[in-house]
Design a protein around this ligand. Structure first.
Ligand code: BES
Ligand code: ZN
Ligand code: ZN
Length: 464
């Protein structure tokens, strides 16, 4: 339960939480009438200049406990300090909303739990104190947080509950107000002949879909294209995944879940650009009809690809999809976000998403973004594009001897941007799914991308 109140004295919760960043903050809790001993303890903490917590038990009717989080050292990462302390907070708390959102974000995103299948559901009981003036910005932030946690919920769902047909139904249930939802069913996909996508889904009982979400503000404005992969479960096909790696693969649609909620986040906002979000949805499984290593496939662009590894399926469906968009629309710039490579996870763990550019403007805004989502840029080289060319087909989807796994992914896709569009690639293979508690990530799904990408688009509009 979440309640917004105007003053601490209205609070019914037993614990009060304060984040104290400077001495002036002390004045705001004078109503607690803390005794001299406690005040001198607080003074001592200030004089020691260290980040710490202080719990005080008041033994009064209104509050039992006051927890002060002292954040004094500007050099130390505030995020890490909170990360260490938020877990220890009780479930029933009252705290104040500040414009930097920091406590609000930390408490809700950190304490998030996926409990759809739990018989006993733990519920947070939060009261947030805010002045009338800040209420609008608080409500906006709460709505962004809801989009992040909704993205987490859908990534956390078991694969059987998010097959392409079920997911289309789910997208429609989100009831977009200003965003058009276009769905291409299997018959249309077949008519268009997206050969790589066909190979990837055909061992499954569930037919693929294509969904396009369009928010057009004004045809004269530039259009940003965001594309993702929605693989409901990645077995690796005949290059089958082993043990642990297979276990995580219900998350192979995390990029698309994030973009779906970027769309939701932007739906009712004023933008200075148009946004089109395009996703191919495909379920995969293994059967006698699965594609094999060594199969040569014809893509939508007409170019052929020898499948050297059936587990490199994301780049196959996206290659067709990118060419389809490139041929049928005028694209200024295209951005792909998806759970693409183990190489990304080896290089950056779950601390950073991996970005590669053609589009400098996007990369700079993402590197500098102020949300909890961090990016790291890795290099590109036309050498990689050369290495995707092959003797017996136009391209191969994978080669082990180059090693730069994520760069090879980008290089492969580059071949399918038919009009040499600017192309940014974001690999969220590991940040999408935290394996342990880390900063605002909470096992499992993180909702990575919702916050930073929606801000990127909102600001893109403003700076033009
Ligand atoms: N979906 C995986 C990438 C992935 C790995 C996502 C770990 C999340 C966590 C992708 O389809 C894949 O299997 N990539 C392979 C490709 C390789 C065999 C060419 C990889 O990177 O291991
Ligand atoms: Zn995959
Ligand atoms: Zn794979």
């Amino acid at each position: 339960m979440l309640e917004i109140i105007q003053s601490f004295t209205e609070s019914k919760n037993s614990a009060l939480v304060w984040l104290i960043k400077n001495k002036f903050d002390l004045e705001t809790y004078s109503f607690l009438n803390l005794d001299e001993k406690i005040l001198s303890k607080i003074e001592k903490i200030f004089s020691e200049q260290k980040n710490t917590t202080l719990k005080i038990f008041l033994w009064r009717d209104d509050f039992e406990e006051v927890i002060f989080l002292f954040y004094l050292d500007v050099k130390k990462d505030l995020h890490l300090f909170l990360w260490e302390n938020i877990e220890k907070l009780p479930e029933n708390i009252t705290f104040e909303y500040s414009k930097d959102n920091i406590l609000l974000d930390s408490i809700i995103l950190w304490k998030y739990e996926y409990n759809e299948f739990k018989s006993e559901k733990k519920e947070l009981n939060l009261q947030i104190v805010t002045q009338e003036l800040s209420k609008k910005s608080l409500l906006e932030r709460l709505s962004t947080i809801k989009n992040i946690t909704d993205a987490r919920d859908i990534v956390n769902k078991p694969s059987c509950d998010k097959t392409p047909d079920k997911y289309v139904w789910y997208i429609k249930s989100l009831k977009f107000k200003n965003t058009r939802v276009k769905v291409l069913d299997y018959e249309e996909i077949k008519r268009e002949w997206l050969g790589l996508l066909e190979a990837v889904w055909k061992a499954s009982n569930y037919k693929p879909r294509m969904v396009i979400l369009e928010k057009i503000m004004d045809k004269k404005l530039p259009t940003i294209w965001l594309v993702w992969k929605w693989i409901t479960f990645d077995t690796g096909w005949l290059n089958i995944k082993v043990e642990d790696y297979m276990y995580w693969m219900k998350e192979d649609m995390a990029g698309s879940a994030s973009l779906l909620f970027v769309a939701k986040e932007l739906d009712e906002k004023d933008l200075n650009c148009n946004v089109i979000i395009a996703l191919p949805l495909a379920e995969n499984s293994i059967s006698w009809d699965a594609y094999r290593p060594g199969d040569i496939l014809k893509s939508y662009s007409g170019k052929t690809v020898e499948v050297t590894n059936t587990d490199a399926e994301g780049r196959l469906i996206l290659a067709d999809w990118v060419s389809y968009l490139s041929k049928n629309y005028t694209l200024e710039s295209i951005t792909i976000i998806a759970t693409l490579t183990g190489a990304c996870m080896v290089a950056l763990g779950y601390n950073y998403a991996w970005i590669m550019w053609d589009n400098r403007q996007f990369i700079d805004s993402l590197l500098e973004n102020e949300t909890f989502e961090s990016y790291w840029e890795l290099p590109l080289n036309d050498f990689y594009v050369e290495k995707t060319k092959w003797k017996i087909s136009d391209f191969i989807n994978y080669t082990s001897w180059v090693m730069a796994g994520s760069s090879m992914w980008w290089a492969f896709l580059r071949n399918f941007c038919l009009n040499n569009e600017k192309f940014t690639h974001i690999d969220i293979a590991w940040v999408a799914f935290a394996k342990e508690k880390y900063w605002l990530y909470n096992p499992w799904a993180t909702g990575f991308g919702v916050d930073s990408l929606s801000k990127l688009i909102l600001n893109y509009g403003k700076t033009r």
